[in-house]
Write a protein that binds this ligand. Structure first.
Ligand code: URA
Length: 431
């Protein structure tokens, strides 16, 4: 197959067949098609788009470019994916809830990306915990306790790894069929029967508007359905960080509070809503599912699963019960209200960038991070404040990045004279 002809075809807005996509994508993965031709093709896709059938075919070709995880006879397998946000520690709470509900989570998670945090980085706040398990142990642990979670394997959807790196440097990341196929290729290759997607929308998310978020959610649900999986998506607000904590150790501490039934309202409700989606996708009645899901946070069953999961992956499980052991950076600085009024906005992107500046995320691939730094939202949008009252608390180490962080946080904060109308957390459902 002639690669320039395929680039020309997409440039002229014509759809590709599956065989054509295989020639391009598998050729690129093998190293037979060079970066410069795929760059031109990616830009043509960016400008001309793809049909739903092409997007589904591209996803399957990417999923099948490497190993396909065989979850075999594991019962009621479920996976969850968030498109990325700030303070989004949902996976730390939801996955043990699902295990406590009798579902099986055998999941791959990522590290932080840009200003958004990653589950693996957060869990590494617990000494000893490892994201590297042999496949046999990964499956056995999922069978024994209902939950195993590892880092992304390079052998899983390798086409996505190569394409993502190229998109990153050719201004073709924010393209709906390319994002949808990138995310779903990894989900399909990971093997779970049910997939719950949390599509973040707003200032701190990759999708800035509800319309764009809906488009992405529909595309991903469509891909999963065509591949014979149960996929449900929830669109959720990411204008403001989720919960009160952003930063690795701080987020694990907040997740543990939530697993003890003392979590912030928004975080708790989102975890319950996502658990309901997973149960409903497996045919459970929604009202009953909600009661069962909520109970796991109050009867200790989700916390017990989390403890067992940490221990099984080599982590020091005493951290779960003695939270004073967590390394929280000792430096403190406060961002206060410049005037009295109501907190109108705490911009999620500013908070995410502040955590990065403090050293809680990476600016370069492979960089070490400081798990103990972060930002606490002492107040959330809608709350009344007096002039000088603390709105955000910064946890820093020896002042590293502090000036940048406090400037970002102050710029991302607005106070209004009138109480703002609260935005709903859950914006829509797609299934
Ligand atoms: N996350 C992914 O895995 N892929 C994208 O393209 C965007 C976000």
């Amino acid at each position: 197959m002639n690669v320039p002809d395929l680039i020309r075809k997409k440039r002229d807005g014509e759809p590709h067949s599956r065989a054509e996509l295989e020639a391009l994508i598998l050729g690129y993965t093998r190293g037979d098609v060079p970066d410069y031709q795929i760059s031109a093709w990616l830009m043509a896709v960016y400008l001309k788009g793809m049909t739903p059938q092409e997007t589904a075919d591209l996803t399957m070709v990417m999923a099948e470019s490497g190993d396909l995880m065989d979850l075999g006879d594991l019962p009621r397998t479920v996976d969850k994916h968030s498109t990325g946000g700030v303070g989004d520690k949902t996976s730390l709470i939801l996955t043990p809830m699902l295990a406590a509900l009798g579902l099986t989570v055998a999941k791959m998670s990522g590290r932080g990306l840009a200003h958004t945090g990653g589950t693996i980085d957060k869990l590494e706040s617990i000494p000893g915990w490892t994201s590297e398990l042999e496949e046999e142990r990964f499956i056995a642990q999922a069978r024994d306790i209902g939950l195993s979670l590892v880092g992304q394997s390079k052998d899983l959807a390798p086409a996505d790894g190569k394409l993502y790196a190229l998109r990153d440097v050719t201004a073709t990341v924010d393209c709906l069929p390319l994002i949808a196929s990138s995310i779903m290729s990894k989900k399909l290759a990971s093997g779970a029967h049910t997939v719950v997607l949390d599509v973040k929308v707003g200032a701190g998310a990759f999708m800035r508007t509800l319309d764009d978020g809906r488009g992405l959610a529909r595309a991903m649900v469509d891909i999963g359905t065509r591949a014979g999986r149960q996929v449900r998506a929830v669109l959720t607000d990411m204008d403001t960080p989720l919960g009160h904590m952003a930063g690795n150790s701080l987020e694990v501490l907040e997740a543990l509070d939530t697993l003890r039934g003392h979590g912030p309202h928004d975080l708790t409700e989102l975890c319950v809503a996502l658990a309901v989606e997973a149960l409903a996708a497996q045919g459970e009645d929604a009202a009953q599912a909600e009661a069962r899901a909520r109970a796991t946070l109050y009867d200790g069953s989700a916390l017990a699963k989390f403890r067992a999961f940490i221990a099984a992956q080599g982590g020091d499980a005493t951290y779960v019960d003695d939270v004073s052991k967590f390394d929280v950076a000792p430096g403190r600085a406060d961002v206060t209200a410049p005037t009295p009024g109501f907190v109108d906005r705490i911009d999620a992107l500013s908070v995410g960038r502040a955590v990065l500046a403090l050293g809680g995320g990476r600016e370069r691939k492979g960089e070490a991070i400081d798990h103990g730094v972060g930002v606490e939202l002492v107040k959330k949008p809608g709350e009344a404040v007096q002039a000088g009252e603390v709105i955000m608390r910064v946890y820093h180490r020896d002042g590293r990045g502090l000036d940048t962080a406090t400037t970002l946080l102050a710029d991302g904060l607005s106070i209004s004279a009138q109480a703002p109308t609260p935005d709903p957390l859950i914006l829509d459902h797609v299934n």
